[in-house]
Design a protein around this ligand. Sequence first.
Ligand SMILES: *Cc1c(COP(=O)(O)O)cnc(C)c1O
Length: 386
Amino acid sequence: MKDLQKELDERKALHLYRHRRISEGPQQPEMVIDGQTVINFCSNDYLGLANHKTVKQAFIEGVNKYGVGSGAAHLVNGHSSAHHALEEELAEFTGYPRTLLFSTGYMANLGLAQALVGKGDTVLEDRLNHASLIDGGLLSGARFQRYAHNDAEQLEQKLEHSKGETLVLTDGVFSMDGDIANVPAIARSCKKNSAWLMVDDAHGFGVLGEHGKGCLEHFQLSKDDVPIYMATLGKALGTSGAFIAGSEALIETLIQKARPYIYTTATPPAVAEATRASLKLIQTQPELRTRLNDNIAHFKNCAAQLKLKLAESRTAIQPIIIGNEEDAVNMSEQLFSKGLLVTAIRPPTVPKGTARLRVTLSAAHTKSQIEQLMEILTTLQNKLFY
Ligand SMILES: *Cc1c(COP(=O)(O)O)cnc(C)c1O
C-alpha cells in the first residue's frame, strides 16, 4: 500500500493542493464564504438564475407535486412528466428532433462517447477540452487523439487518417480560456470526412446568440452542421443536470446503450420543473443577456485601461494569465483576504505554466462590484499588468 499522506504532502509542496471553502446562503454576487463576506467572481451562474424567485417558485411547486426523490432510473419508473416536458421544450428551443436529459454533464459526456464508438474507432478532441470530454473519449475504448487547440486544419489532417467510426468532440466555449471554438470550420471538416461531431456548449447555452441558444446560434449553424449538441443546466440555467440533442435515432441509441444514462437515478422531477422555468426566462427576458454582455464589456474596458494581462475572450469567462502555480494561488488568497472570490486555476486543469486567475462575470454583478475588483487587482503585484 502506498503512502497517501506522503503523496498529499508532495502535492502541497507543489502548490497543487486543492481544498474546499464553505459557502453560506444562495449563489449570488455577494456571498459569505468561510465566514467572510466576499464578492463572488467565480460562479457559472451567468444569468443570476440559481437564486431567481421564479425558478425557486417552480422548484417548490415541483416538490409539492412530485415530492423530492425520483425513486428510480429513467428506464425503471423515474422518468416523470416533468422530465419529459423539459426534454420536449429543449428540443423545441434548440431545433433538434429530440433531447435526452442526463443527471450531470460529466455523465452525458461519458455516455455519449461510450454509446457511439469503441474498439477500432477513433475519437478526436481539442487539447483544451473539458475533463469530462477527455474522460469520455478515453473510456470509450476507441483510439484517442488530441489536436492542437482550436486548430481546424490539424483536425482535418487527423480526420483524413482516422479509422472506423470517428467522433470529434469540442467545447463550444472553452471552460478555462473563455474563447469560442471555430465550430463552422470544425463542422465542415467533420461533414467532409463523415465524422460525428458533438459540441459541448456548457458555457454557451443560455448566453451566446441573440436568443441564448448558444454557440450554434452565435455562428448561425444548425443541426445539419452539428449532428450532436450537448449543454449543461447547472451553469447559465442555474439548476442542475445536462442534455444531449440530436436525431431520433441518436437519442434512442443513447437510451439503449449509454450506461451513465441507464444505471443511475433520475434527477428529482422538481429540478426539471425549475429548469423549465429557467428555460422560459431565457426566452422571455433577453435583458438578462444584455446585462451580462454589458458587464463583460465594462470589465474589458476597465481591464484595458489598467493594461491587465487578459486572455483573448469575449465571453463571461475572463482569465488573467499568471503563469506559475504559486503566484496564482498567492494572488487568489490575497484577493480573498480583501473580499474578492476569484479562483486560481492550476495544472492539471490547465497546461503547465498557464496557471491563472479565472474571473467569471454574471448578469447579477453591479458595475461598482466590477470596479471594486479592478481596484483591488491594482493593489496586487504588477505582474498582472503590461
Ligand atoms: C461544467 C462542464 C461540464 C460538466 O457538467 P456538470 O453538469 O457540472 O457535470 C461538462 N463540460 C463542460 C465544458 C463544462 O464546463
